[in-house]
Design a protein. Structure first.
Length: 347
């Protein structure tokens, strides 16, 4: 029978195996931290401003610095770039400086400078489509546009007059660009070979949170005058970068929410959308509020549909639309587009 003398390699391997396993685990964790250090720091910076945010930023910043110095952050950066995520998690950049930066020193009630309106708006923003040449339409935005976009694509396909593409990005918005760079994405789409003639955009559900101006000034209270000025700049900028001859932009407002507090915030955002759209002939604001309220003007998940039947329109979360709700909103959107295109509705 083989025996092992004390101090042999075999015994040492048995004694130190747990320590080696622990060392491997710790090493793997360190590698993961260094590979994702920049993202961890950005997530910390995205937290509500306060002590907790400061502590986490202080923890991750040294790791991020080392990761960047050793180029360990490049694999994650390549993945983020491929997914259309912004490298800078705090600054909302408008390609080409679409609109001016608001100046807080000019007072809280200032509005973003608007472009000079077209002296004579065209008789119709988009051409009249045919079955052989349908309108090219893009629909997208935050999580509210997911079910809505699916309904728009299906109804557009059924009509034969619109070729629709949907691109929802869950958890995205115009306030925090750390997850998805909407200005960059929309700028690319606006100039792409797809040459979309109609853009249907919907933002706001995730936007009532802290916002950072390009100069680094932070406005944590959503709805404050300074917050609204910066958010208005972003809305105006997106509207401007989508502008093109023979193109229509449909900006879809947020519907009423089950939460009274969230509804008030959505009303505030809707007002900004409506006011900025009113100064731009190529943008049509579509109000969903009245489509999803009771006759008394209150929230209810069940709403009477166009056919007179009461249907479930809202998700149990009190925010998102379900299929019948998406269909109801999609019909209103496509009716607006086809009206602008001077398509006579079917009897």
């Amino acid at each position: 029978m083989a025996t092992f003398e004390p101090g042999t390699d075999e015994e040492q391997r048995g004694v130190f195996r747990p320590q080696r396993v622990l060392a491997v685990i710790v090493g793997a964790l360190l590698i993961a931290i260094f590979l994702n250090a920049t993202e961890l720091e950005n997530e910390a910076k995205a937290k509500p401003f306060g002590t907790e945010r400061d502590v986490w930023v202080a923890i991750w910043k040294p790791f991020s610095t080392v990761s960047h110095a050793l180029f360990l952050d490049r694999p994650r950066a390549w993945v983020d770039e491929a997914l259309g995520r912004n490298d800078d998690g705090s600054i909302f950049e408008l390609p080409g400086g679409a609109t001016a930066t608001p100046d807080s020193s000019k007072g809280p009630n200032q509005k973003t400078p608007t472009p000079t309106p077209t002296p004579t708006p065209p008789a119709q923003l988009v051409r009249t489509p045919s079955l052989d040449a349908p309108l090219r339409l893009w629909v997208g935005g935050d999580s509210m546009s997911k079910v809505l976009g699916e309904s728009v694509v299906r109804q557009a396909t059924e009509s034969g007059l619109i070729a629709a593409t949907a691109e929802p990005q869950l958890e995205s918005g115009l306030t925090s660009p750390d997850f998805f760079d909407w200005p960059g994405e929309l700028n690319s789409l606006a100039k792409s070979d797809a040459d979309f003639e109609v853009f249907v955009v919907m933002f706001g559900a995730n936007d009532a949170q802290g916002i950072v101006e390009p100069n680094g000034k932070i406005h944590q209270t959503a709805g404050s005058p300074e917050w609204q000025a910066e958010y208005r700049r972003r809305v105006a900028g997106v509207m401007d970068l989508l502008r093109k001859q023979n193109r229509m932009v449909v900006w879809v407002g947020q519907p009423i929410m089950r939460s009274a507090e969230l509804s008030e915030k959505m009303k505030m955002l809707n007002q900004i959308y409506q006011e900025e759209a009113a100064t731009r002939p190529w943008v049509k604001y579509l109000d969903l509020w009245s489509l999803f309220t009771t006759p008394a003007g209150t929230y209810d998940a069940y709403i009477q549909d166009d056919d007179g039947e009461v249907k479930l329109m809202r998700n149990p979360d009190g925010v998102h639309l379900v299929r019948d709700g998406g269909d109801r909103a999609a019909r209103a959107i496509l009716a607006l587009v086809l009206e602008e295109a001077e398509v006579t509705p079917s009897p």
